[in-house]
Design a protein around this ligand. Structure first.
Ligand code: DGI
Ligand code: FE
Ligand code: FE
Length: 195
């Protein structure tokens, strides 16, 4: 599907504010894809669709999580903010016919992250964090890191999210901790290869 059709589909699902966020993620994801050698068209599609289910009612999302075999059921024990990502991947597959597993995984893991993230997943996850409309504390530092080290930027982003959750006495979804640990291990390997 072309960009305009996908954007029109998203526009029906989300608020105007969220739609503007989506446009920001799209532009940022394309720029990051170009910089880091990732398929720009796939980055564009995943970015446009990443928050497709952001405003779906809790009950509707819960049903989809329960009836979709490959969605981890433990997600239901964690913050509802995490649900729209795997649910969104499932819904765009079923309703918009998006079949590319790389694109679907970039949507699926855009909030939580996961161990051994693929480049496309990193691009969409980071674009979501640093798109121009984002204003939260620490975002400028992550934008700087994103200029030449996507892993360092993501480590900082996940670190900030984990700290934010811990400071509010909230649970952290294990995939987020695993994503950060895995990126730290990748960084260490790169440093050792350079020795
Ligand atoms: O959908 P967006 O608002 O664009 O951004 P997102 O999909 O990254 O959602 C982030 C929200 O999810 C953020 O407010 C923190 C919340 N959240 C709750 N538990 C977790 C979590 N985020 C991560 N990465 N890990 C968690 O365990
Ligand atoms: Fe999201
Ligand atoms: Fe988003």
């Amino acid at each position: 599907m072309d960009r305009e059709k996908l954007l029109a589909a998203v526009r029906e699902q989300v608020t105007e504010h969220r739609y503007q966020h989506t446009l920001g993620v799209m532009e940022t994801a394309i720029a990051l894809a170009r910089k880091y050698g990732v398929n720009e068209k796939k980055a564009e599609t995943a970015a446009i669709l990443h928050d497709y289910c952001k405003f779906w009612p809790e009950e509707k999302m819960r049903k989809i999580i329960k009836r979709t075999p490959h969605i981890e059921k433990d997600l239901l024990d964690y913050d509802k903010e995490l649900w729209h990502a795997p649910v969104g991947a499932e819904v765009v597959k079923q309703t918009l016919g998006i079949q590319d597993e790389k694109i679907l995984n970039a949507i699926r893991y855009h909030t939580s992250g996961r161990e051994k993230m693929k480049k496309l997943e990193k691009v969409v996850c980071l674009a979501d964090y640093i798109e121009p409309n984002r204003i939260f504390p620490g975002v400028e530092e992550i934008r700087q890191l994103a200029e030449n080290d996507i892993d360092a930027a993501l480590i900082k982003a996940f670190g900030n999210t984990i700290t934010f959750l811990v400071n509010r006495g909230k649970k952290v979804y294990p995939l987020t901790v695993m994503a950060r640990n895995s990126l730290l291990a990748e960084q260490k390997n790169v440093q050792e290869e350079l020795k």
